[in-house]
Design a protein around this ligand. Structure first.
Ligand code: PEP
Ligand code: MN
Length: 292
């Protein structure tokens, strides 16, 4: 794997800050609608998620839709609405940028730029966000290996931006019950390979509202530094991804459960260091060749 700047070593260690948040120190709870739809929708959802404990507000103004006939996002108007909602609640905002040409001006409205799964290997976009001077949330491509994903992070770092957070959002498998297969093994694996913080998005990772709480708690238990959740006050009327939007009350309940789980995880007995954890490399005892 040809990664240098993203690799886990002392020199590369650096905190990623977004607004007043510091990934790693603060558990980051990103929440908001899939798409910014209107001033009223964004204000209602921003208030609900903020009151429940979210510390980063999400909302898409440019939507990468499978069909050209589906809602494409409000563009600049959506960015303005998102920025106002964030300011009103005192929350930094993260939003997706789809096109390299838009990066400089989208960066004026966003505290963090999201590169979506479909654009993970859009190298001109990666170079541009590398120069953007804004933290970047790099989602995993739906067919990407960890090595391919880390190489994309390496592009952003190489082009001058050290502030990258990786987001596991599910990969394509043969399973069709869920929208994607949320690869939670990526979380501890990435913590071994890279110093970059890891977020998990169980909304796109499952596509099904009823599965999201369990997978969110599992992500926290797996060691995620952050989670991203789609929330809508009227999911039946959402212009995108209504099936995977939590209601504000469901989100608030989940936040309380995350807090209880995190407290419990801190109380786990302090046993001698696990030789398999924390980037110490493979367990020497397992080194012998295994014949299949
Ligand atoms: C999103 O976060 O709204 C989104 C489109 O996600 P992904 O790129 O993971 O599909
Ligand atoms: Mn979505």
């Amino acid at each position: 794997m040809n990664i240098k700047l993203a690799a886990k070593n002392k020199e590369s260690q650096r905190a990623v800050r977004v607004g007043g948040l510091e990934f790693g120190r603060d558990f980051v709870l990103a929440a908001g609608p899939c798409s910014v739809e209107s001033e009223e929708q964004m204000a209602a959802i921003a208030r609900a998620v903020s009151e429940a404990g979210a510390n980063l507000l999400r909302g898409g103004a440019f939507k990468p839709r499978t069909s050209p006939y589906a809602f494409q996002g409000l563009g600049l108007a959506g960015l303005k609405i998102l920025q106002r909602a964030g300011r009103e609640m005192g929350l930094p905002v993260v939003t997706e940028v789809l096109d390299a040409r838009d990066v400089p001006w989208v960066a004026d409205y966003a505290d963090m730029l999201q590169i979506g799964a479909r654009n993970m290997q859009n190298f001109s976009l990666l170079k541009e966000v590398g120069r953007a001077g804004r933290p970047v949330l790099l989602k995993r491509g739906m067919n990407a290996t960890l090595a391919e994903w880390l190489s994309c992070a390496e592009y952003i770092l190489h082009y001058g931006n050290p502030d990258v957070v990786l987001c596991e959002r599910g990969i394509r498998t043969f399973e069709t019950h869920t929208r994607n297969t949320l690869d939670l093994s990526a979380v501890p694996a990435l913590h071994q390979l890279t110093h970059l913080p890891v977020m998990v998005d169980p909304s796109h990772g499952t596509g099904r509202r009823e599965l999201i709480p369990a997978m969110t708690l599992a992500a926290v238990a797996a060691g995620a530094d952050a989670v991203m959740l789609e929330v809508h006050h009227q999911p039946d009327r959402a212009l995108s991804d209504g099936d995977q939007a939590l209601l504000p009350a469901e989100f608030a309940r989940l936040v309380r459960r995350i807090q209880v789980l995190r407290d419990a995880l801190r109380q786990l007995p302090d046993i001698p260091p696990d030789p398999l954890a924390g980037g110490t490399g493979p367990n020497p005892e397992n080194k012998e060749e295994v014949t299949p």
